[in-house]
Design a protein around this ligand. Structure first.
Ligand code: PMP
Length: 387
């Protein structure tokens, strides 16, 4: 089979793999233990934290290790909103976009049930949030804006630098960026971003590890209780091998970013130029630089054709793809595509291809040929007349 679902998860980078194996063997002591072996493990974790902080140009104390991006996003949204509410006794206002990953979006829904005022920003037909709409949504009690860097379904790049710029003059409003799909693909500057999420397994690191950069002036309430690890914000025994391996993946991602970006741009061009010639396909991803070159999303406008049907037709040809994010793959309509197109046919018949430097140009050519065969099979069935 050929795998084109690298947005859902990636294989371990060789450096991350070696570190994971080595550390699992040697650093098994609990880093919170008082003895020499515990101290040694804790030293490795703190060295990792400092290394990451140097690369991200933040302070080591601003790097919080978590179980993954879902937890980082929950801490950034729910942790920040609840802490503010507890301190002031009032309900804050927060702003999220309609196309956030469910680990941000559902936090907004939950907080709304708890009395927090939540605005969900719309997107344009390219699936991009407008900085003007952020500005227009600000209220006196706004404490947080969360807009992702790269959308995980369409690859659409959000104007995070512009939003950071306009929020610079509002120090009471924290800006959170879910950087999961942008990190290691696009450049990012954290100077005016207050909270930033990265996931291990999307960048060649292990699963079950992620981080939240939280600038030192931010108050975050814990979501769990019972330990002093990670400054009490994230209690629980530190996953030492995962932290060390994740650090390798972060460093490698940044070192190799430019070279990979150029290769992904070539692959993206190859796939998109050929897909454009297949009648019936509608491209949902805007063209670079409005989207990141590792994600291509399209729909097929045929009566009764669904994402699930196409995923299985492609699987029969050895092609592994998905439609929405794995975290909401059971939903029939894509919330992201609905926000972008308001079209149910498009939003229920999408395919997301996600690329990686391991994909060869021959693989990409085979992928397009498989999609062509799928479309001709769909057309040969009368009931799937083009709408
Ligand atoms: N945010 C985005 C944009 C994602 O694509 C994902 C993974 N689907 C997550 C958050 C959640 O990441 P994790 O698996 O590390 O919890």
């Amino acid at each position: 089979s050929l795998y084109f679902d690298y947005c859902a998860s990636t294989p371990l980078h060789p450096r991350a793999y070696r570190t994971l194996m080595d550390s699992a063997k040697h650093n098994y002591a609990n880093p919170s233990s008082m003895h020499e072996m515990g101290f040694e493990a804790s030293l490795r974790v703190e060295e990792s934290r400092e290394q990451i902080a140097r690369h991200l140009q933040v302070k080591a104390t601003e790097v919080i290790f978590t179980s993954g991006a879902t937890e980082s996003n929950n801490l950034a949204i729910v942790g920040v909103a609840r802490a503010w509410k507890k301190r002031t006794g009032r309900n804050p206002h927060i702003i999220l976009s309609q196309i956030e990953h469910s680990s941000v979006y559902q936090c907004g829904k939950q907080l709304a049930e708890e009395g927090v005022e939540v605005s969900f920003l719309p997107v344009n037909s390219n699936g991009i949030v407008s900085p003007v709409s952020v500005k227009e949504s600000l209220q006196a009690n706004t404490i947080l804006v969360s807009v992702m860097h790269v959308n995980n379904e369409t690859g659409a790049v959000q104007p995070i630098a512009e939003i950071a710029e306009l929020l610079k003059s509002e120090p009471q409003i924290h800006f959170h960026v879910d950087g999961v799909q942008g990190f290691g693909k696009l450049q990012v500057e954290l100077e005016h971003i207050d909270l930033y999420t990265v996931s291990g397994h999307k960048i060649g690191g292990p699963k079950g590890i992620g981080l939240l950069v939280a600038k030192e002036y931010i108050e975050i309430g814990p979501l769990m209780y019972g330990g002093e690890q990670e400054q009490g914000v994230r209690p629980g025994t530190t996953n030492v091998p995962a932290v060390l391996s994740f650090t390798e993946a972060i460093v490698a991602s940044l070192e190799e970013r430019q070279e990979k970006f150029e290769y992904l741009t070539t692959l993206h061009g190859l796939v998109c130029s050929r897909l454009a010639t297949i009648p019936g396909l509608v491209m949902n991803s805007p063209l670079p630089p409005l989207s990141s070159p590792h994600i291509i999303n399209f729909s097929y406008r045929g009566r009764g054709v669904t994402s699930a049907m196409m995923i299985s037709m492609l699987a029969k040809q050895g092609i592994i793809v998905s439609s929405q994010s794995a975290c909401s793959s059971k939903a029939k309509l894509s919330r992201v595509l609905m926000a972008m197109t308001q079209d149910e046919t498009i939003s229920s018949s999408s395919i997301r291809l996600s690329l990686h430097e391991m994909v060869t140009q021959e693989d990409a050519v085979y992928l397009v040929a498989a999609i062509e065969r799928m479309v001709s099979q769909l057309k040969s069935k009368n009931k799937f007349d083009l709408l």
